[in-house]
Design a binder for this molecule. Sequence first.
Ligand code: SF4
Ligand code: SF4
Length: 391
Amino acid sequence: MFDQKACKRCGACLIACPALQMTKDRARQEILRLVDREADDLVLANCAGCAYCDSICPTQSNPSELRKDILRARNRKTGVSGLRIISEDVPFNIMSAGLETEKEAKLKRLDILKHPPPASEVFYLGCALSYIYTDLAQNKLFEKLPAVGGMQYCCGAYAWHAFGEKEAQIRGRQLLAELKKTGVKSVITFCPECEDMLGHIYPSIIDGFDISTRSVTDYLWEEHQGGRLPFTQPLSDKVTFHDSCAWRKLGPRIFESPRRLLRAMGAEVVEMKHNREKTMCCGAPLIGRNSQMAAGIAEKRAREARDAGAKVVAVGCAGCFSLSGAATKQGLETYHLLELVQMAAGDKPPHRIEEIKTQLVGSVISAMTSDASLASKKYILKDGVVVGVPG
Ligand code: SF4
Ligand code: SF4
């Protein structure tokens, strides 16, 4: 929650913002308008929701929550693009676009993910690894436990970010009931957003939300430490790890886990200027809203990686992979951490995540070109139900 009493209206949050980059005077004016809940289109339209400003604020007032509150109130009236809603009630969204490649095999796998056998611990794939980047979690590293996925197991981050606490509570309770049906008590998360929702947000807004979580990097580290995951093909490059914004509030332990795994794989880990709690956004949340700004943020991040002396940027979030275009321009390669683990373990992922990303972008563009209403149609969540907003 934004702490209105503690906020000194100093504007430091907006001055430091990597997206907005305001002058001191402008930032002070804008923060006054925001605190008075006046709609500020410049901030609302271009804020990536990365919460970097929370790490800058001298009074720990959580300024990112202020912008989110205003935006959620607006979204509840005007709706958001169907691309941002993970529901089978929306005919076209980012997950249905992801299914377009290798559809038959993906649907078969989805059916298995939606009907897991009873188990107290499962791999919790999240939507991106269920519908789009399916190769990342479909290999011998992940054969020891059942996996769950598909929209019925969606973490509900979209409901939380776009519509707020009430809708997130409904989604979280549905998810809890779904997990309890098969006896799940703990999950291994593959996506920083899922880790944040199940490990941090839901326990704070839903009484009795008692699913314990650990990240896939912790799981793989334990496998390695236990001698069950030898790295036979060591990485020899200088690698920098791009921390996801969603991890910012999960405490210092979460940041070390991917780094020690990279070192165990033989990489020399070098750090970007902004790392861990002070990580900077990859720009992905702004794609579609302000593509030029999204590209500028990605470019800045890629330059930090180059300046750190890295040859490879590793990401732990499929969304953050959007950095790859800017990284290529700086002469760097981008990998998902799970691709690197597969390679160091002597496995060959069937597709590079880069290839899948290119196909996804192609599917979205071609669907929108053939039907322009797919991009303009808006939806709201009302008491857990997806409702189309009349155009
Ligand atoms: S939220 Fe923090 S940084 Fe922003 S104006 Fe208030 S006190 Fe200053
Ligand atoms: S959440 Fe990120 S993009 Fe939004 S105002 Fe804060 S620093 Fe800027």
